[in-house]
Each structure stands twice: as structure tokens, then as C-alpha cells.
Write a protein that binds this ligand. Sequence first.
Ligand code: MEV
Length: 319
Amino acid sequence: MSGHASAPGKAILVGEHAVVYGLPAIAIPLSGMRAKAIAKATDYPLTIIAEDLTRPALTIDVDEIDRSDPIALMASLTMQYLGVADIKGEITIRSDIPIASGLGSGAAVSAALGRAIAQLHGANIPAEELNRLVFEVEKLHHGTPSGIDNTVVAFELPVYFVKGGAVDFIDIGEPLWILLADTGIASLTRAVVADVRALTKRSPTLTSRILDEIGSIVHEARDCILRGATGRLGELLTANHRLLQALKVSSTELDRLVDAALTAGANGAKLSGGGRGGNIIALADEYTVDGVKQSLFEAGAKRVMLTVVPQGSQDDDSD
Ligand code: MEV
């Protein structure tokens, strides 16, 4: 068997970091930015070539799986799920999702790889199961992940997510015009999450107040998304950014991009993902989008991408 498999990147609209502590967050898939895995049948043991991930080809030796390697671990978990002791074939992974930039690159690579291994075996992995497998690999990437990245990437639908809760897809009242602007600075989510945890220990009262405020923002943001109240949604995004600044996960470059988006007329803007580097999101509309985009480039964005989340019910085609 051979074939193509893929999975999207993701962006968190509101609630990152607080979601690690059991508060809700909202995330959307970035369907235009994907990790792809091309599977080819061979007569030698499963070999995985990860072209853009600056690593050598990996041959999966089923007797000696290195469980500290995310690609090897995903391959092993998928084979276990499929109930096969070994698989022959070659998988080439390519990803256009920048690494360490808060866009779910790790989860997307794992999901695409899992799907491609299943294809080699002539099988399909349901999104629920893929989600569960990718979460195991996310623990290697992020230490104590909430599970939001694997969920939005595996289902490829906007989600309202609470750690440990049932997956809740969110309906979109009006299209969301979202610009993602990249600082070009790599930042490891694992390190930033660890710093926030240290802050919760050092200043528990302050951090729990900040996290609760983020939780209230997410709650209201969900209602705004359902009603199509994009003006108020923008204000909530910006308020969320101010709270992330107070959690010390922003940076001069992220703040500069947020300010540029707001000055150019965006409804709101904030960092997205782990922070310290990576991307900001700006909520624009069809009239402001070009001006905001230009302003983001002028403020130093290395790349700006538009994604429009369509209006409508999201749970029709989940499988
Ligand atoms: C990472 O995309 C979002 C964080 O909230 C970490 C997590 O949820 O695991 C920073």
C-alpha cells in the first residue's frame, strides 16, 4: 500500500497557558499549512525520512524503539494500535509548518506520520484514536501538555478545549479573518510552560488571578464566536495578550507586532501559542486585512499568513 497523508497546523485564539491549569482555551486548525507524509511500499523495514526536520533518516527497529525520539515513538505507538509487530515501507515527511513557533508543528508531524503508517497497513485511524496517540508524543515535546494541540490537529476543527474534558467543537457565527505574523524567533513551548509553572510557585496569588481572568475571557470569547460578535472578540484577544504579558511569556518582538496590528485597525491581537517567540494572531476583517498585513511586515514580521475560518457548524464532517 502507498499513499499521502497530512495534518494541519494550529493556532490558539485564546487561553494558552491557562489551559495547562484546567481552564478553557479555543484553537483553530490552519488547514493551509500542513505536515505531509508520503508512504511507499518497500520490502525493507519501515524507514522514515523527515526532510525539513534537520534529522537523518530513521529506520524503525521494532526491537529497539527509542521512546525519547518523537518520530520513533509515534511509529511505535501507531504500530501497537494497528496490532502489527513490524511494517515494511518508506515514509517521507515534509512540513511547511515552522518548528518552535507555536503552530503545532510537532503534533501535525506526528498525526501525518500516524496516518501514513496506517495507510501502509491498509488501515485508517479514527481521529479520536489518532488524538490519543499524538498526545503521548506531545508529552515528549512539551512536558506537561494540555492536549489542545493534538486535539485541534487530529480533528482539524475549531475546538473549545478543557483539559481532560470531552472534545467540544465550536460553531462560527461570522467568518474569522485571522492574520498570523511570525517574529522569526524560535521558542520551545516546553521551556515557557516550565517558566509559567515556576511563576505559579513563586507568586501563586498573582498567577491564579491572571489565569482565572484568562478563563473568563475564553468563556466570553466563545459566546462572541458563536454570535459573530467580532468587534468584542477582538477586544478580548487584546485583553488576553495583556494578561500573557503579565505572565511574562511575551517579548519585545511579539509586543511590537501586536501594537502594529492594533494601530493598523485590527479588532484585536495577541501572541499565540507558547510565546517568547513564534507568532501573533490579529483579528481583522475584509476591509482592514490588507492594511494590517502591511503594517505587520513594516513592524518586522518575517512571514504573514491569512486564514479565514468559515462561518458555520463545524461538527458535520468530523470523523
Ligand atoms: C501550546 O500550543 C499551548 C500551551 O498552552 C501549552 C499547552 O496547552 O500544552 C502554551
